[in-house]
Write a protein of this length. Sequence first.
Length: 450
Amino acid sequence: MQRKIYSVSELTAEIKEVLEERYPFVWISGEISNLRVPASRHFYFTLKDDKAQISGIMFRGQNRSLKFMPEDGMSVVGLGRISVYEPRGNYQIIFEYLEPRGAGELQIAFEQLKAALVAEGLFDDARKKPIPFLPRAIGVVTSGTGAVVHDIIQVAHRRFPGVGIHIAPVRVQGDGAENEIVQAITLLNRCADEIDTIILARGGGSLEDFQAFNSEAVARAVFESEIPVISGVGHETDFTIADFVADLRAPTPSAAAEIAVPLKSELVARNMDLTGKLFRWTERYIAQKRQRLEETSRRLVHPRRRVEDLWLRLEDITGRLSARCRDVLRRERERLRWQRHRLSVHAPLQQARQLDPALKRLRGTLAAAVQRQVERERMRVDDLRGRLEVLNPLAVLRRGYSITQTVPAGDIVRSVGDVAVGQDLDVRLAKGVIRCRVEERSDIDDETNV
């Protein structure tokens, strides 16, 4: 039977395909640890329980919609999909949605902002202004079309028919609501000579509905208001950041009107009933949309997966490249430092300074040796000159001898046989030359001549 041999990349790719098909989306809970947020603004963390752990990732496109900031040690519940990072063979969960376990993300954001404002002293009772007992007029910051504004007007007219009411209609939830509330409070403060009290109100709802009243901008606008502010947001059990900053918190919008002018209890029941219906309808609507979204997500393969995989690979390569560059720079610095040290030790100027005494000694030794050699050569030349002088033909001539040469060949005459009668000869003396002619030859025995 032929064996099937996988390469590492082939096996990892098949595991990735199996996991992603088997677990397209899963709900998972655990505790966050080792949270990292690099420059890319992606969230990298470990999700663990008491027996196991798994790597988690939430890309910037998803985490920017969170209303809270994850922290180490926080228990969370999230929706994500299983994925495998092929270069390392690690499996992980890429989260699409994340919320604190046991408390929603808006609740976490609420607590984080509340803690920051408490530290600044915005909730201190010493900074709260007293509420006028009989206001000349009240300003109402709420929705211009909701039941709350009508309730406040009705109760105010019933309790104090002559009281003035200035309505600053705003959106109390959704996009733009926060800015409209801040602008309305600022506008009413410009009428501080007419208005004695501001009621900031809206009906009950979920924590999501109260987002505008849990914003930092609205909290600071309420704190900086010169006119006392009564906060009547939601039900008695509902608390918002605006409630804590306001000069007085009313349990309901109706109670806020009752405090300011005052308000009837029947309207409180009506508002609570409408708020409950709206809350239940909103819950059903959100549940239906969430279910539809989950069903659609299971059927679709999102094109973002490839981009996310490339993001992971880019993060990995960037980290390794940075580490490699740091290592190379460190080694080159060390090598440069070592070369600089060697160069300073073996610098030509330093070497010259060290060799200067030896050079002076050698120069003196060389001069003495040269002088001795010159003397020896002078004596040798004088000796050779003497010996040469002994062998010099001119020296022999100076003793009375002469040299006879034929004319014009200049051959040396050694015997009478070398010349003929009538031949011209040159006789070289020690000083000068005599030209003569052979008149006669005679053979003379050498021994007799001697």
